[in-house]
Design a protein around this ligand. Sequence first.
Ligand code: SF4
Ligand code: SF4
Length: 351
Amino acid sequence: MASEGNLTTGLRKVASLAGRYLSSGKPHHAQWLVTRKCNYRCVGCNVWKEQDEHELSTAEIKKGLTILKDSGIVELTISGGDPLLRPDIAEILDYASEHFITTVYDNGSMAAKKIDTLRKVDFVAISIDSLDETKNDAIKGIPGAWKNAMHAVDALQKEGIRVAVTPTISQKNLYEIMDLTTYFIGRGIPMWFCLYSYDTSVDTRQLFRIGKANDEFIITDKEAMVNLCDQLIETMKKNKNILMTKKLLQALRGLYETKEQRTWKCQALNQFLVVDHLGRVSGCHNHNFTCSIFDLPTQWKNKKFKTLQETYHNCTQCNYLCYIAYSLYGSPKSIISLACDQWKNIKILFK
Ligand code: SF4
Ligand code: SF4
């Protein structure tokens, strides 16, 4: 049961979030990749090959988080690299959790060692790509990755910390995603999905690179992908632990239909933005940064931002699922429906 102090803090957070949700013309989602360091070697990822020792200090990140709050951000995803590798991550997460619906990503290696650090966040997302230990470890490039991740999920669930499993769907695991989903939702563990995607930009000034083109991972069985979306939509009707929306799954389905349908306009730098480990702000990681986080308050309304928003609105360069989700919830009506979904999540916090 929540203590009186926690309840007051929680209510203050909810009131502040609701005010920001209802403000229009401002971004609501931010991804902050607080470190470029990673201890895994995933086959479909560039991050570990392009690590950087430099990153913002704790004080700089907290200052940046305040700016994001004042800019209207409601939902914050903290990732990396692996953000839990930062020695000051407890302080960052405590501060973030006071102001945002906060999700932190972990590759599965750190969460069980940082239980107390994770108590206040709204979701801890643990990456597991297969129930087959050998296969999962081959994808992650590290022996023991599967055992670590399964242990992390167990430990977080046992401690009552809201954990979600987040596989990256690729051709490598496409046919086992439903088994993976059934297994975890059967244990009461929510699922969110990433979609294997790779950076096609030839722009060497893009903020940073994530996905690496890999023939084994590129989804070629489009029919199976359409079927998977249909199965997930059906499963959602019976189980609330699939953290996707029907609208998002239908949008994903459209990408793999015989005649590809793209049912959204990208809302990069409009409804969502990305901040990298050096505090540089961009609409998404595929484009060059546009300003420093510390200049965001003065830059937000300027002409350069407006021009970039319009350019990104017509961009169809990538299929990163989180960007699609943020784009789908760009209109005021969609924001209200998303707010209702998130409200359910907030209520869970009070249990
Ligand atoms: S996918 Fe994540 S865990 Fe894997 S190497 Fe890249 S940043 Fe690290
Ligand atoms: S579609 Fe949107 S998120 Fe993807 S590269 Fe273009 S601007 Fe960025």
